[in-house]
Structure formats: C-alpha cells, structure tokens
Design a protein around this ligand. Structure first.
Ligand code: PLP
Length: 377
C-alpha cells in the first residue's frame, strides 16, 4: 500500500468556483478576495481580514503594522517553521526564544516573563499542529508589560481555546493557505485584525502602498492613485479566493474527519510503549493540522526510513529553529538551551492526516508504526 503524507481535498466545487473566477475580467484582487476576507473574518469571529499571498507576508505585515523595528526583541518559540523567526530577522529585530511545554510543544507561557527585557516589543506564539497556545495567560503577560501579540496561526484556522479563537486576544493573527495546510490555494495567507486603520494599511502595503487597487481604478472612469508609503507585492488574487471560498464553507466537515482520524491514532498509540503524543487539553478544540508521534530520538530517523520503505509518507515538524545552521553559527545559540523543544524536535515525526485518508489506510499506518517501533525498541 502507498499512503501519501498529504493529499489536498480540492474537488468539483472548487474547480467550478476557480473556473468561474477565470471567466471574470479581474484576475487579481477584486470582489472575490473581498468576499473571502468577509467570510474568513466571520468564521474566525474577527473584525477585519486582509487576504495575502502567504502567511509569511501576513506575519511580516503584522510586525510592520505594530511598529517592530531594528533593535527590538520579539519573544517566540524555537519549535516552529523557519518563517516565524525569519520575519523577525527581516525587521532587523531579534527573535528571543522561550522553551515549550513538554506536553504540547507550544510556547510555555510560564517562562515568558523571564525573557522580557526593556527591548521586548511583542510576543509571537505559534499554535503548534493546530493546538492553540494559552492565549489568556499570554494576554495577561502582554498587558502587564505593554507588549503586542501576533499569532502565527498557520496551523490553526479552526482552533478554539477557552472559547477564544485566533485573533481575538491578540493584535493580529496570521493564517496560511500553503499547499499542505487545512484549506489551500497552493500559496496564500491572511491577516485578521481588530483595528480598521491597520487593516487598511495592510491592504495598501500588499499592493505597493498604492491607495487604490486596480479593481477600483478600473471601475468606470480612470482616476489617479497615490502612494503613501513604499509597499510590497503580496496581495491575494481572485483566483486564490475562488479556490478557498468553497473550502471555507466545508471547513468544519473536513475538520470533523481529521478529528476522527486523530482520535483513532491516539487510541491506537496510547497502548504502545515508546510512543507519546501532543496532549490536547480539555478546554481546547485543535484544528488538527498535523498528527505527530514522539519516539525515542535514537530510533526516530530509522523509524522514518522504515515507514517510507513501507510506502508511508512522513515528515518532521520541526527541528528547533535555534539549531539550524544560520543560528548555530552565531555563538549565542547552542543545543541544550531549550531542552523541551529540543527533545520534541529530536523525537517527532508526522504521519498522514487529511480528510481523504481512508480507514484501511490509517489502519495500515497504525500497524506499520506499531511493528516498526516494537522492532526498533
Ligand atoms: C506554513 C507555515 C508558515 C508559512 O506559511 P506560508 O503561507 O507558506 O508563508 C508559517 N508558520 C508556520 C508555523 C507554518 O507551518
């Protein structure tokens, strides 16, 4: 049997919606993007949403909007995708890593205060695998120290914790619609915000800093546009939005299937010695973006090889950022600094998890993992 690590869930209605968008005159940002922005704001219960080319652009814009500059420090987690740290570096700011909770892999809110210095400006939590961080605790710390919060919610469009959704307790939350994410347009992202002025500025930044989008300029007669600040090119297009709209409509149905698959994995692996997993607290609804198991670091890579030999797609999310070459070559980073993140980073492997994963496929993955772990232990 061959079980891909990921398969997207695009079908007939997404194809039809995309073709419809291709028949329109405006292929770039226009009404379909604005509709998607409204629908995503509604779904996540946030005031404003700006559709972008990537989550990375959303993170970068959030840092710009919230005034993060050269010399500032931004507190984040080492157990994340490199984009989280890269956007901080691109502002000329310094990522200050705080170790994660051993049971969830999320930034440990109880350790944040010790990392705050007079240069700290923001906290950038990442909702790992779709499990939201303790945003109530992080909000309290941010309020106490007058810091802003930007959420990397690339994994977490559907997540809820203590009744709170991404964006609701922070200044900005960033979503990804990259090829492997829960809903996708190949490439894509969005920023949700509470502040209308910031949302308008993000919208301008996404299109060179121009004060009128092309769709506005093309309506009726030509009108001149102006530029308020040098912007970027990172707007979402109508084609991307058209692909995303039907997926957003069935997002809960797709989540329900991943939830059932996640529970099946948990039930099976809880009986196997040598496998541990992210613990989802009772007050959380995980967006179930990734399903990972944590095994003995000594056998992790061999386990990956054997699973691949068995036809199963696997990957690693993530090797801790501070141990990647760029950081390691700076003498201020070394292994041992963030032991929980390092332990998870050295133990973790991600298994297939997507709505079209069939029952016989997940059973085959479970059998193969069980056999391999027993064989290597
Ligand atoms: C995918 C991902 C990103 C980057 O998303 P893009 O849309 O590809 O820019 C950022 N952070 C995390 C945690 C991710 O998984």
């Amino acid at each position: 049997m061959k079980v891909d690590f990921y398969r997207h869930s695009l079908g007939q209605e997404d194809v039809a919606s995309t073709i419809e968008a291709m028949k329109q005159t405006m292929l770039s940002r226009g009404d379909t993007v604005y509709e998607f922005q409204r629908k995503l704001a509604e779904y996540t219960e946030n005031s404003y949403c700006v559709g972008l080319m990537s989550c990375t652009a959303a993170l970068e814009f959030a840092l710009i909007l919230l005034g993060i500059e050269k010399g500032d420090e931004v507190i984040t987690t080492p157990l994340t995708f490199v984009a989280t740290a890269n956007v901080i570096l691109h502002r000329g700011a310094t990522p200050v890593f705080v170790d994660v909770e051993a049971e969830t892999g999320n930034i440990d809110a109880t350790r944040i205060e010790k990392a705050i210095t007079p240069r700290t400006k923001a906290i950038l939590p990442v909702h790992l695998y779709g499990l939201m961080c303790d945003m109530k605790a992080i909000r309290k710390i941010a309020d106490h120290h007058h810091l802003t919060i930007i959420e990397d919610a690339a994994h977490c469009v559907e997540g809820i914790r203590d009744g709170v959704k991404p964006g609701q307790l922070s200044d900005a939350a960033c979503f990804s619609f990259y090829a492997t994410k829960n809903i996708t347009s190949g490439e894509g992202g969005a920023l949700v915000l509470k502040d209308e002025e910031l949302a308008n500025r993000a919208s301008c930044l996404a299109l060179h800093g121009m004060d009128k989008s092309a769709d506005k300029r093309m309506q009726g007669k030509f009108t001149h546009w102006d530029m308020n600040e040098p912007g970027y090119k990172a707007n979402m297009s109508n084609i991307q939005a058209a692909m995303l709209l039907p997926q957003l409509k069935r997002i809960e149905i797709m989540l329900a299937r991943r939830e059932a698959l996640g529970r099946r994995y948990e039930e099976a692996f809880s009986k196997i010695q040598g496998i541990s997993m992210q613990k989802i607290p009772a007050n959380c609804r995980s967006a179930r973006h990734l399903f990972t198991i944590w095994v003995n670091p000594k056998i992790r890579d061999r386990c990956i090889e054997l699973l691949q030999d068995a036809g199963i797609g696997v990957t690693v999310n993530y090797r801790p950022v501070h141990l990647l070459h760029y950081f390691r070559k700076q003498s201020s980073y070394a292994s041992g600094m963030y032991p929980c993140a390092e332990r998870i980073g050295n133990s973790t492997l991600s298994l297939p998890l997507y709505p079209s994963l069939k029952n016989d496929e997940i059973e085959y993955v479970i059998q193969s993992v069980t056999k391999i772990i027993r064989q290597l232990s």
